[in-house]
Design a binder for this molecule. Structure first.
Ligand SMILES: NC(=O)c1ccc[n+]([C@@H]2O[C@H](COP(=O)([O-])OP(=O)(O)OC[C@H]3O[C@@H](n4cnc5c(N)ncnc54)[C@H](OP(=O)(O)O)[C@@H]3O)[C@@H](O)[C@H]2O)c1
Length: 292
């Protein structure tokens, strides 16, 4: 039986680890807040470990899905981190949206242990994780990708090898650049439709069926028009991702003017108390400016 460890049972990690257990892997989980790990074991079987190092011991594949670079460093490289107990030939797979530099650091640490590394950030949200429909962007040696791709298929609908370590994270950055502009565009279109006296719901439906359609417009317009922002990817996470994108763009000497501006808009949403609102709350910011 394939043995796996899963570290970080948040909105994404919890269902992803569940898919692995349901597929028949022997899964040991670790979560900083112990209750969630116990709840997971009750639901899916397997075992909960007290530290990332104990979870990773004897696992063929070690998956991580935590918040940011700092969290990732804590659960992998610092005391009781998973890298310390990685078996020779094991693979550490990181699903966190993190920097490409962090991927390179982890790759070097895994190599020292005779193990392999793959950065594999995801897109598709909590719903995609629950339904096993994620897009997964992978950076790894080809042989490592070959080993992992049947396993990732348990929760990934589109699993793509982008190239060497770090290229998964760079692809996720391009994804977030795209998403930020699309959401701002949808927010501006809905705000404009309202001010023009249109039936905004009807307008969203007809636009969604044509060239202006997008996942964000189709799936988010109804809740945006109802001023409800409590169900998706949080603004705090988007700010973290856009900071990563902008730092990488500076390093590359490439320009991201719209992304930089939308990052400022999200800072404003945070200052409105919206750090945990979902990312479509750019409409609430626009309406506040209109009413001022
Ligand atoms: N949510 C989405 O729609 C979505 C979509 C695509 C990508 N992502 C990315 O996926 C990653 C996880 O997102 P999420 O929504 O699952 O986040 P989340 O619900 O906030 O969960 C974060 C997980 O990381 C753990 N963690 C955080 N800091 C830690 C530390 N220092 N030491 C140990 N464990 C730590 C948390 O443990 P506790 O339970 O103890 O807090 C929790 O298990 C993020 O990088 C995010 O950007 C999220």
């Amino acid at each position: 039986m394939t043995t796996a460890a899963f570290i970080g049972l948040g909105n994404m990690g919890y269902p992803m680890a569940g898919h692995l257990a349901r597929a028949g892997l022997e899964v040991t989980v670790y979560n900083r807040t112990r209750d969630k790990a116990d709840r997971w074991v009750e639901e899916f079987g397997g075992r909960a470990a007290l530290t990332p190092a104990l979870a990773a011991r004897d696992a063929e594949f070690v998956f991580v899905c935590v918040g940011n670079d700092r969290d990732l460093r804590q659960v992998t490289l610092e005391d009781n981190g998973a890298v310390h107990t990685l078996a020779r030939d094991a693979v550490l797979v990181d699903h966190t949206t993190a920097s490409a530099t962090m991927a390179e650091t982890l790759d070097a640490a895994c190599r020292e242990k005779g193990a392999c590394f793959m950065d594999a950030p995801v897109s598709g949200g909590q719903q995609g994780a629950e339904n096993g429909q994620l897009s997964i962007m992978c950076g790894a040696e080809p042989v490592t990708f070959e080993r992992l791709s049947p396993v990732l298929a348990h929760y990934g609908k589109t699993v793509v090898h982008m190239g060497a370590v770090g290229q998964g994270q760079l692809t996720k950055m391009a994804n977030q650049i795209c998403v930020a502009s699309v959401i701002e565009g949808v927010a501006e279109a809905l705000s404009f439709a309202r001010d023009a006296g249109l039936d905004a719901e009807k307008a969203a439906r007809v636009i969604g069926a044509g060239a202006g359609g997008s996942w964000q417009l189709i799936n988010r317009h109804a809740t945006m028009l109802a001023d409800q922002y409590d169900h998706g990817f949080a603004v705090d996470w988007m700010r973290k991702d856009l900071d990563i994108c902008l730092a990488e763009a500076t390093r590359l000497g490439t320009s991201l003017p719209a992304t930089a501006l939308i990052n400022e808009f999200y800072k404003e949403v945070q200052s409105m108390g919206g750090g945990r609102w979902d990312t479509s709350s750019l409409l609430r910011r626009l309406r506040r400016h209109r009413d001022d």
